[in-house]
Design a protein around this ligand. Structure first.
Ligand code: MLT
Length: 403
């Protein structure tokens, strides 16, 4: 992803609050100044009027990590994090020195509207200014043969390996935002068998089979131990890895997942969904699952995330989705595993998760010796996609705490 990083400002006393440093509001103003500066140096301040659109901010997140005082010089970078038909997301960072850790970051979702307030296509000049079409990938996608299956894996970075396991019925690209920010670690995001670009055999699906594939993938990549980070179904697989391959697990991150198995009602529901997938294909799952997967705030303000989730679901194939439904239906009870987990563990929940309520995640965390627990506001079941900045911050702190 291309970054523009040539904009620098000196901080003046007027920029600061009563305590003499930059607060969130002052950062917001400086980030706005940096955007306009980039536009002025690029296509010109009239780029929007020329294209008959206005960019309307739908959502802003500002995170600040370090105090900044008058006289400090800040270097701003801007990148296009996502782009839809009529909306785009910019990610901005401010640093005290080029290449250093950001002192603040912002994510802003804009929707382009015309003079009547109706959504309008994002002007090409804006896309070009902030770095062209954003990558849909978290890194370089490799296609490896793993356990005899053609397997797609996004791999980037160096250092301690972090294995990112997607949920159902999604794929590796759900991690692209968080993975893109986890510089300093070796991020490995595979498509599990039957999902995304990984081959979908007709049979051979179980939680254990996914775990076996992942260990074979670690072998192929010559990784002895990885931090295993699983979301929901990915968490079910992480439990199996910790049970059967504990020597390959450096630490655990369990996101929006549960240890309990399906009850009779849940299993019957899996069977009904499985039969429908076999009959109609998996596309119907998008309409059925989207309202449950994403928080109301996400559905209202993050059209790109909604579109991305819909695309992932509608691009799946029946064998893979049906296989995963059977695998989840038959998954073992992991509650007995909890007390025996002896690696550092972080449990994360979305405050608005309708599938795995945050209270259930808390109880699960309490059952794991010394586990950390974090609830992310304004997130449903897909916290890393809905709140990538907050999720990355918590994950980074956890990874940094590992010796
Ligand atoms: C997931 O997100 O992976 C699913 O909600 C898991 C499940 O259906 O149990």
């Amino acid at each position: 992803m291309t970054e523009r990083s040539s904009i620098a400002f000196t901080v003046y006393p007027d920029d600061c609050d009563a305590f003499g440093h930059l607060n969130q509001a002052s950062f917001l103003a400086l980030f706005e100044r940096a955007r306009w500066d980039a536009i002025a140096r690029g296509p010109g301040m009239d780029v929007f009027t020329r294209n008959h659109v206005q960019p309307v901010v739908r959502k802003t997140t500002v995170e600040y990590y370090e105090q900044v005082f008058p006289g400090d010089r800040l270097y701003f970078s801007i990148e296009l994090a996502q782009q839809g038909q009529t909306s785009f997301t910019l990610r901005q960072s401010a640093r005290k020195e080029h290449g250093s850790r950001p002192v603040a970051e912002a994510e802003l979702v804009f929707v382009c509207v015309d003079r009547d307030g109706k959504p309008h296509a994002v002007p090409d000049e804006i896309t070009a200014l902030f770095g062209g079409r954003p990558s849909r990938r978290t890194g370089v996608t490799q296609h490896l043969s793993v356990n005899g299956l053609a397997t797609a894996v996004d791999a980037s970075g160096d250092g301690v390996a972090v294995l990112l396991l997607h949920g159902f019925p999604l794929d590796r690209t759900m991690w692209r935002q968080v993975s893109g920010k986890l510089t300093g670690w070796r991020r490995i995001a595979p498509d599990l068998r039957g999902f995304g670009l990984t081959e979908a055999p007709e049979s051979g699906y179980s939680i254990g089979a996914y775990a076996d594939d992942l260990v074979a993938l670690l072998d192929t990549l010559h990784i002895e131990r990885a931090v295993v980070c699983g979301l929901s179904m990915g968490g079910y697989v992480a439990f199996d890895m910790v049970r059967r391959y504990s020597d390959r697990v450096r630490a655990l991150i369990l996101m929006n997942t549960r240890a309990t198995p399906d009850n009779a009602e849940g299993r019957a529901k899996r069977d009904a969904t499985l039969a429908r997938v076999r009959r109609d294909g998996p596309t119907f799952l998008a309409a059925e699952m989207l309202p449950k997967l994403l928080a109301p705030a996400t559905r209202q303000t993050m059209p790109d995330v909604v579109e991305h989730v819909r695309n992932m679901i509608t691009n799946q194939v029946s064998d893979g989705v049906a296989g995963a439904l059977a695998a989840m239906r038959d998954r073992p009870d992991s509650t007995l595993t909890l007390s025996g987990i002896d690696v550092p563990t972080l449990v994360m929940a979305g405050r608005d998760d309708q599938i795995v309520p945050a209270a259930e995640s808390r109880t699960m965390a309490e059952g794991i010796p010394h586990a950390q627990f974090s609830v992310i506001p304004d997130a449903g079941h897909l916290t890393p996609m809905e709140q990538p900045v907050n999720v990355t911050r918590v994950v980074k702190e956890f990874l940094e705490s590992l010796d």
